[in-house]
Design a binder for this molecule. Structure first.
Ligand SMILES: Nc1ncnc2c1ncn2[C@@H]1O[C@H](COP(=O)(O)OP(=O)(O)OP(=O)(O)O)[C@@H](O)[C@H]1O
Ligand SMILES: [Mg+2]
Length: 601
């Protein structure tokens, strides 16, 4: 749940506690330097008093002049040092936040990531993390030092002349009230702006990923318009923040000018009567002129801090999404004889819809199990449930004899190799794609093994033809064809010795020669392990030891090709439609099978 910063300021405190964790010395030095710089600025006007007094008594003002120069240079250096130390600490905090949020996003359940939107999550890791810097800069340096300077200035003014201070305070109170109202409205504007930037990133990411389709359908204008809404939203929020922020400076100036007039008016008679010395009066005016700077910094600091805290709230709203359940705590001992994957009356619902309805089947420990059924029947969902990407509402799913929830998630997914329907390759080189998931423990593999896996899928030539062979970055300037990418995703499986292999329509983009190759590979794999394949070609299912027929989320029949041909009407329709899913067949209620390509109402 989103945890909005609480009004008692505990959220600010938490940000600072995190900041201070490993950087106490640097932050303390930055605070001391910024206070020193403020102190130097504070005593400067007193030198003005001494200077004026010295001049009025015809003395040479060398001392005050030298002190003033020293103080000015010292204040500058201290302020520069403080800024640098804070920037360093702030960037440390930002990179920590980025790393935390990026790592956390990777642990989230797939459905949740889809709901949040990839681009939106990326915006959190990028722009929202950056905004945290302002909490550091402002919170650690700007606010304390300007507060110190403002209070110090007021005290010094009070020491110089109490009556004049009261005059100043009275005029500034009016301005302060207006400013208080401004700051309050800045926070909501900043939040709206950041949300709009998230939506914009989301729309932009989706648009760029689907660019070929967008171009082919001449949808650039339409997509740009959609982007325009969130861009406009971000603009209008930013403008309303700017409008309010713009009022702060002039309001402060007005307060200052009113004060100066009021001070002049009240001082005239007192100067003439000698009640007020001209030197004290000059110093008071310098302090008064100087008062606006820390007050403005104070107000703008509070305003800027709002954007950091709004970003922090957005980061928190992601960090508090529960990660996937890690499953059992201790490693399990899979049974060597139990079915590889067993579904027992499994029901899965999503958004109120029942997607899988009491599914029951058992894929043998060794051999090829084919899953067939019309498009949208729930085949991919069955594989998702096996991998625990999705959690069933009821029923039992067991892998190698053990309920999936008993397996530590890491061990479960280690026992399964999955080639998804989009044959996803990750951003990186051919080698990185082949070795995906191998860490220091599992170790790198010699190139010869990689080439052997590529050869098994007739990919050697294609990869050799790439400019850097195995080390060519895919998906940017260089890429493989759809079918080659599909085979590369399948080649991964050969390098990962897992007990169960799941293929989601592995041959959808392959020509008959490569399909035959992949079938041979599946058969070979199935000799020693369980291969579950969602199949849409008759040739694949003919080879299968078990075929599970799925229709509208139900496992309606199972058996061998011959058995099903004799008893399953749906299977016959699927086979006669040639394609065992998708546009191939869809039965109108009680009617004849509809041939592939026909319009289905
Ligand atoms: N991300 C999702 N969010 C919500 N519902 C989904 C999602 N993906 C699929 N569905 C729904 O779940 C049902 C089963 O989808 P599934 O992907 O398992 O079908 P399938 O049998 O693999 O179809 P195909 O052969 O077309 O790949 C579909 O009716 C679909 O509407
Ligand atoms: Mg599918």
């Amino acid at each position: 749940m989103a945890s909005a910063p609480r009004p008692d300021g505990t959220d600010e405190l938490r940000v600072f506690a995190q900041l201070l964790k490993d950087r106490k010395a640097a932050v303390a030095a930055a605070v001391v330097l910024s206070l020193l710089s403020a102190a130097a600025t504070l005593v400067l006007p007193l030198q003005v008093r001494d200077l004026v007094m010295a001049l009025s008594e015809d003395e040479r003002p060398v001392g005050p002049l030298l002190t003033m120069a020293g103080l000015a240079v010292g204040a500058g250096l201290a302020s520069a040092g403080s800024s640098y130390l804070l920037a360093r600490a702030g960037e440390g905090l930002v990179s920590e936040a980025r790393f935390r949020i990026a790592s956390h996003i990777l642990t989230l359940p797939l459905r949740r990531v889809r709901r949040e939107g990839a681009g939106n999550l990326v915006a959190r890791a990028n722009s929202d993390s950056t905004q945290l810097r302002s909490v550091v800069d402002v919170g650690v340096a700007q606010l304390p030092s300007s507060l110190f300077l403002a209070i110090g200035t007021l005290i010094a003014m009070g020491l110089l002349d109490g009556v004049l201070l009261l005059v100043v305070l009275a005029t500034f109170t009016v301005a302060g009230l207006g400013i208080f109202l401004c700051v309050r409205s800045i926070r909501s504007g900043v939040e709206r702006q950041q949300n709009a930037v998230g939506t914009m990133s989301q729309n932009m990411t989706a648009a760029v990923l689907s660019l070929p389709t967008v171009k082919a359908f001449l949808a650039e204008r339409q997509v740009a318009d959609t982007l325009g809404h969130s861009i406009e939203d971000a603009r209008s929020a930013a403008v309303s923040v700017a409008r309010v922020t713009a009022l702060v400076g002039p309001t402060m100036q007005l307060g200052q000018q009113l004060s100066i007039v009021a001070v002049m008016v009240t001082s005239g008679a007192r100067l003439a009567s000698g009640d007020l010395h001209i030197g004290e009066f000059a110093a008071f005016i310098v302090y008064l002129l100087q008062l606006v700077a820390p007050l403005t910094l104070l107000v703008s600091g509070v305003a800027r801090m709002q954007s950091g805290l709004a970003a922090r709230a957005r980061l928190n709203s992601v960090l508090t999404i529960a990660p996937e359940h890690p499953g059992g705590l201790s490693p399990v001992e899979p049974s060597p004889t139990a079915s590889a994957v067993e579904f027992e009356s499994v029901t899965y619902r999503d958004g109120g819809r029942t997607i899988i309805h009491e599914a029951t089947f058992a894929a043998p420990r060794r051999g090829l199990t084919a899953i067939v059924g019309p498009s949208g029947a729930g085949k991919t969902t069955l594989l998702g449930l096996t991998e625990r990407f999705l959690l069933p509402e009821s029923g039992r799913i067991a892998v190698c004899g053990l309920p999936v929830e008993q397996w530590p998630l890491h061990q479960l997914r280690g026992a399964i190799s999955y080639v998804d329907q989009s044959f996803t390759l990750v951003e990186g080189t051919v080698r990185q794609n082949l070795l995906l998931g191998r860490d220091d423990d599992t170790g790198a593999l010699p190139d010869a093994e990689l080439w052997r896996a590529l050869e098994a899928l007739a990919l050697r030539e294609a990869v050799e033809a790439l400019p850097d062979g195995l080390d060519t970055e895919l998906g940017r300037a260089e890429d493989l064809s759809g079918g080659q990418r599909q085979r590369l995703a399948a080649a991964r499986v050969l390098l990962r010795d897992s007990a169960i292999v799941l293929f989601d329509e592995p041959t959808s983009q392959l020509d008959s020669e490569n399909e035959e190759r992949l079938r041979t590979l599946m058969r070979t794999l199935a000799e020693e392990r369980a291969v579950l394949v969602i199949a849409h070609r008759i040739s694949t299912v003919q080879d299968a030891d078990l075929i599970v027929v799925v229709d509208e989320g139900r496992t309606v029949d199972q058996g061998t090709h011959e058995e099903l041909l004799t008893r399953s009407a749906l299977y016959q329709e699927l086979v006669h439609g040639q394609s065992l899913r998708g546009g191939g067949v869809r039965r109108p209620a009680g009617g004849e099978p509809v041939p592939a390509g026909a319009v289905v109402r």
